[in-house]
Design a protein around this ligand. Structure first.
Ligand code: 5GP
Ligand code: MG
Length: 184
């Protein structure tokens, strides 16, 4: 294992169990409907691939990219959507799929765009959600935080994580587990 990689938080088995569980919940929630899953590239690809295989029902996939950019305004997010995207989400129930929820700026920007494009409904699922040292419950209760995701795979401490889609400068996305990057 690379020297940069520290503690493993979730191994492949734990991830598989949790993602199958989410797939079952989503199958129930969307029974009788046909949602469009809007996946935020690239971090969510492993999660997405496992989630949709645990999903027993009709649905379609769309891919967008989101980049935070450094500017005077914190939390500004630039979105890129493919040609014809608006026509494919208008009037549809949309489920946004992302790798990790930190400040919530990314999901807020995506939600605003989808609402503007006329999605019938926008819900969100993230593989991981970060919380501060005060813990997950406190983070959820904190009204200063942006709207929370509708489904969360795991709550995680505020450390930089890699694996299962998450990268460090373009590496480690292919690790089958989630690990923290070593300090220093
Ligand atoms: P937010 O907009 O919620 O603050 O940040 C969400 C985005 O920041 C994620 O989609 C992800 O791209 C990136 N991010 C946040 N925390 C981590 C982390 O621990 N590891 C990696 N690889 N990306 C992260
Ligand atoms: Mg991302």
């Amino acid at each position: 294992m690379a020297r940069e990689i520290g503690d493993v938080l979730f191994d492949a088995d734990a991830i598989a169990r949790r993602v199958r569980d989410l797939g079952r919940q989503l199958t129930e929630t969307y029974r009788g409907r046909e949602p469009v899953l809007v996946a935020i590239m690239k971090g969510c690809v492993l999660f997405l691939a496992d989630l949709v295989r645990a999903w027993d029902g009709p649905m379609d996939l769309e891919f967008i990219t989101a980049e935070s950019y450094e500017g005077t305004e914190p939390g500004q997010v630039r979105l890129a959507v493919p040609d014809g995207f608006a026509d494919r989400v208008a009037g549809r129930p949309v489920l946004v799929v992302d790798d990790i929820f930190d400040t919530g700026a990314t999901l807020e920007a995506v939600r605003e765009t989808l609402t503007r494009l006329g999605a019938e409904e926008v819900r969100t699922v993230v593989f991981l959600r970060k919380h501060g040292p005060e813990g997950a419950a406190a983070a959820q209760a904190d009204s200063r935080r942006r709207p929370q995701p509708d489904w969360v795979g795991f709550d995680v401490p505020d450390r930089f994580l890699v694996g299962y889609g998450l990268d460090l400068d373009g590496r480690y996305r292919n690790l089958p587990y989630v690990a923290a990057v070593r300090d220093g």
